[in-house]
Ligand binder design. Structure first.
Ligand SMILES: Nc1ncnc2c1ncn2[C@@H]1O[C@H](COP(=O)(O)OP(=O)(O)O)[C@@H](O)[C@H]1O
Ligand SMILES: [Mg+2]
Length: 219
């Protein structure tokens, strides 16, 4: 469902941010993407949601290819992929309910469907009691749960997480990881970039490890 085939990304001449990357992620996988800051994790994720294109090689997402995808197809691709970030990227002038519903409104669902799905997600993410709160009133862990909710409401086949615990304390980070594992157990693939080795250690999950833009191990 996701395949990188000899992918290179150059932002400047003679220097590869990513070099000869090949791997596959299958339906329902849980995979960590590790590496120190600057090793290429965010760039690799951007190639999946096609904010960046490879300089060389090809990225396949479902039945779409980076080599042939048209600009008009990119919103369609993004509907199938959930993405969350270290800094949450919530809409500050909308409450929790509206932030989650927004994920569906942009896809043009009926009002009833939007409401049903949003309430279901609020419950699943234990956010029902916070539905009227605005982002500035939430803890870091709650903000990330809202971001996860906004991504999940569209029922993506994969959730991409770019350092989702980067702004969250260690205890809450474990809760977020547990939540991602629960989401995965229900069938959504997860690719989680992190430099937090403590989270990865002992998880028993597959690890793609980047060093200076090269894949140095697929454990
Ligand atoms: N748009 C860009 N223009 C130029 N250099 C970039 C750009 N995006 C990333 N880079 C460089 O590519 C390398 C990998 O960055 P990144 O993928 O953000 O790493 P990570 O997420 O692992 O910290 C870094 O050296 C970074 O400075
Ligand atoms: Mg990054």
């Amino acid at each position: 469902m996701i395949e990188f085939s000899h992918v290179y990304k150059y932002f400047k001449k003679d220097w590869a941010a990513l070099e000869d990357i090949s791997f596959k992620i299958q339906k329902g996988d849980f995979v960590f993407l590790t590496g120190v800051s600057g090793s290429g994790k965010s760039t690799l994720l951007k190639l999946i949601y096609m904010e960046e294109k490879p300089t060389k090689g090809e990225v396949f997402v479902d039945n779409l290819s980076s080599a042939t995808i048209r600009k008009n197809d990119i919103p369609f691709l993004r509907r199938k992929i959930g993405v969350i970030f270290q800094d949450f990227k919530l809409l500050e002038d909308r409450n929790v309910y509206e932030n989650i519903a927004f994920g569906l409104e942009v896809t043009g669902g009926s009002r009833r469907l939007v409401r049903e799905k949003t309430l279901e997600i609020l419950q699943k993410l234990r956010l029902g009691h916070r539905r009227n709160a605005f982002p500035y009133q939430l803890s870091g862990g709650e903000k990330q749960r809202v971001a996860i909710g906004r991504a999940l409401v569209r029922e993506p086949f994969i959730l991409l997480a770019d350092e989702p615990t980067g702004n969250i304390d260690p205890e809450t980070s474990k809760d977020i990881l547990k939540l991602m594992k629960d989401i995965n157990a229900e069938g959504t693939a997860v690719l989680m970039a992190t430099h937090d080795i403590d989270l990865v250690k002992g998880s028993g999950k597959r690890v793609l490890n980047l060093e200076h833009g090269k894949l140095m191990g697929d454990l």
